[in-house]
Design a protein around this ligand. Structure first.
Ligand SMILES: NC(=O)c1ccc[n+]([C@@H]2O[C@H](COP(=O)([O-])OP(=O)(O)OC[C@H]3O[C@@H](n4cnc5c(N)ncnc54)[C@H](O)[C@@H]3O)[C@@H](O)[C@H]2O)c1
Length: 345
């Protein structure tokens, strides 16, 4: 079967999904919706004459796609996901799952009730360097994991970033919510552990909107491993690195660029495993979950495992947890104390 896919939201990341779809055999794009008509029509024209809509609800009702990919601003994730789920359409929802844990729970509960498959687009799980690192970690040759340091610098306040990203009410937060959620996802997945508690400090010097421009967080993982997340959205040198320290060596991820390994001396580059592009793998993962044939909608990690993907992708519990950890970071900045992730609403 070839899955018919509709894309909701025609911005920057929609283009990545449509590019992936253009090269896939298992799925094809049929329609795209954006509030801005020229945007929807531009994408529809560029990707092989899709149907273009300005109203995504009308698109879902008329096109009856098998899968909807939701690439909307964060504050619209829940409404759009609920509409698709209630319409019986499987959903690939861009990260972060929603603005807060309560919204995540509503979406998860609806998917379970309707028996549709829902997956959050945690792209980190499908990037070649990350997957090779995960394999090396799980093989255990580097000994015991003792700490993780994740650093990302990117000029967050750049002109071309859409305005909604700078408003807390629309984005749920700033650089930590948008990019920190990638770090949390990556850390919890690579370490194979949820985060127990968080101490964080943010700064607000961006001069746009009401969001934080940097954040530094200390994470206690449930398996005892400590991790730091350092995100800066101010001017400077772009950097996106995750260093993992083990008892017998170290790994360094330059996300999407390279993987380095040291077993005592200088870092040496590791060849990554050959694979399909990340956005293709991600959609194949959702298709594998749909085809697992269980319509209970529980969307667990175990069910996510399939022949077409080497690693199970993120479970809904994992996606919800990523939101909870970022909210714990904000709560910790406000309280000045370490916050337990389970206490975050
Ligand atoms: N996985 C990744 O690596 C990655 C990278 C970038 C963005 N994202 C995520 O993707 C999502 C979208 O981000 P983006 O950078 O593409 O944002 P964007 O602002 O470029 O795109 C959002 C689009 O939605 C449209 N839109 C807004 N309200 C609408 C509505 N009611 N109906 C139809 N269209 C509507 C806007 O006009 C815009 O074109 C966010 O959740 C973001 O965090 C993920």
């Amino acid at each position: 079967m070839v899955y018919r896919v509709a894309v909701i939201g025609g911005g920057a990341i929609a283009e990545e999904h449509l590019l992936a779809l253009a090269g896939m055999e298992r799925a094809k794009a049929v329609a795209v919706a954006d509030l801005i008509e020229e945007r929807a029509e531009g994408l529809a024209g560029r990707y092989g004459g899709l149907s273009a809509y300005t109203d995504y609800k009308e698109m879902i009702v008329r096109e009856k796609p098998d899968i909807a990919i939701i690439t909307l601003p964060h504050f619209l994730h829940m409404t759009a996901a609920l509409f698709c789920i209630e319409s019986g359409v499987h959903v690939l929802l861009e990260k972060p799952m929603a603005l807060d844990v309560g919204q995540c729970d509503e979406i998860i509960e609806a998917a379970s009730r309707q028996g549709v498959r829902l997956m959050v687009g945690h792209t980190q799980h499908y990037i070649a360097e990350n997957r090779t690192a995960k394999r090396i970690i799980d093989e255990g040759g580097l000994g015991k994991l003792v700490m993780i340091n994740d650093v990302r610098n990117v000029y967050y306040f750049q002109e071309r970033r859409p305005a909604w990203f700078f408003q807390k009410a629309l984005a749920g937060g700033g650089i930590l919510m948008n990019l920190g959620s990638h770090s949390v996802d990556k850390i919890a997945w690579l370490a194979g552990s949820a985060v127990h508690s968080v101490k964080a400090v943010t700064s607000h010097y961006g001069g746009k909107g009401d969001i934080e421009g940097s954040g530094m967080a200390f994470l206690h993982l449930e398996n005892g491993v400590p991790a730091t997340v350092s995100q800066s959205g101010y001017q400077g040198l772009a950097r996106n690195e995750t260093e993992l320290v083990f008892t017998e060596g170290m790994l360094k991820l330059e996300t999407g660029k390279a993987l380095w390994l040291s077993s005592g001396g200088e870092y040496e580059r590791v060849e990554t495993d050959r694979q399909e592009p990340p956005f293709v793998l991600q959609l194949l993962d959702l298709i594998a979950r749909i085809e697992a044939g269980d319509d209970s909608g529980s969307n667990s990690d175990a069910e996510a495992s399939s022949d077409s993907v080497e690693w199970p992708g993120p479970s809904l519990e994992h996606s919800r947890h990523a939101v909870a950890v970022v909210r714990a970071m904000y709560a910790s900045h406000k309280s000045g104390r370490e916050e337990a992730v389970k206490d975050v609403g």
